[in-house]
Design a protein around this ligand. Structure first.
Ligand code: SF4
Length: 323
């Protein structure tokens, strides 16, 4: 079954692959950057940012030489900032030792799990190593009508099955599987089977039961956190606080003063919500004009905030106050 699926996929991919920036002038470094950016982030959101990131940091050496603040600033708005920190740490290793030549070497780089290491190894190093994520599990569970649930064990099983049929065109194979999941074998019971190279061999399609695969699992509820977002303004400067450990570590934020009143004039109040994977922030923002630059904060102008301080997009709703 899988063996027959490989040539069909390769042929389809060569004709239908999208023109994406990371598919041009690829090096192991650019493939690594692309894979880290694409973790948990939509292709459309990454396209422009990938080009911009590489214009700023065209090589591992250039990235290694930048400060953490510069890297985080360039990553601003992409979310999951630990990826930026990992990429920065990985660039320092690559600049010192060269890009690894093996799957194990790539896997050992900060930020690379099995999927990322498999993707980079097969796409940029020509190694026959599969990359199995949720999309690939969906596609393969439909192809084989396997009542799979998305578990690390299932991903491992599929990776093993793929490694037995890996063709010499390692990059096209890995990217073909990703592409099929992204533009044809869509999630939520809406696959475009009429356009699929596997429509004549896909078991789920032949049974007319595409939406039964993979088997769904219950989603975990998100935790809700109420937050105070105090935008303190003194003259042309605004108070910023650097976040400590945990979510959004190392990024800048408007202080959370737990709703405690601040001496000054309240100019505006508004509510906003931001949804992370496991948490929702329900925020009450207030813009308060103060007489003095008090507290332990970093005070910065709107221009400095725009250029130097990485603020997560969770605070986007309040940025209109920064002028
Ligand atoms: S035939 Fe349909 S369900 Fe099967 S792999 Fe193709 S798009 Fe997915």
């Amino acid at each position: 079954m899988l063996k027959a699926a490989v040539p069909l996929l390769l042929e389809w991919y060569r004709i239908h692959k999208r023109d994406l920036p990371w598919r041009k002038d690829r090096t192991p470094y650019t493939a690594f950057v692309a894979e880290l950016m694409l973790q948990q982030t939509r292709v459309e959101a990454v396209k422009e940012r990938y080009v911009r990131f590489l214009a700023r940091f065209p090589s591992a050496e250039a990235l290694a030489a930048a400060s953490e603040d510069e890297v985080l600033k360039e990553w601003e708005g992409l979310g999951y900032y630990s990826r930026a920190r990992n990429l920065h740490a990985a660039a320092k290793i690559i600049a010192r030792e060269g890009f690894p030549h093996t799957f194990e070497g790539v896997r050992a780089l900060p930020g690379a799990g099995d999927y990322t290491a498999g993707a980079v190894s097969s796409i940029a190093l020509g190694l026959p190593v599969p990359a199995v994520d949720g999309n690939v599990v969906r596609v393969l569970s439909r192809l084989t009508a396997d009542e799979a649930v998305q578990t690390p064990q299932k991903r491992g099983e599929y990776a093993e099955a793929l490694s037995l049929v890996f063709p010499p065109e390692t990059a096209d194979f890995t990217e073909g599987l990703m592409e099929l999941g992204a533009i044809v074998c869509l999630p939520n019971g809406a696959p475009l089977c009429g356009e699929c190279p596997w429509r004549e061999i896909c078991r789920a399609h032949l049974l007319g039961k595409e939406e039964n695969f993979p088997v769904r699992t219950e989603k975990r509820e998100r935790r809700i956190e109420e937050r105070d977002v105090c935008v303190l303004k003194c003259g042309k400067k605004y108070a910023l606080n650097r976040r400590g450990k945990g979510l959004l570590r190392g990024l800048w934020e408007f202080p959370d003063l737990g709703g405690v009143p601040v001496a000054g004039k309240t100019l505006a109040v508004k509510r906003a919500k931001h949804v992370f994977t496991h948490v929702e922030w329900h925020m009450t923002g207030r813009l308060v004009e103060t007489e003095t630059e008090f507290g332990d904060f970093t005070w910065a102008t709107a221009e400095e905030i725009g250029k130097k301080y990485a603020l997560p997009s969770a605070f986007k709703a309040f940025m209109e106050w920064i002028v």
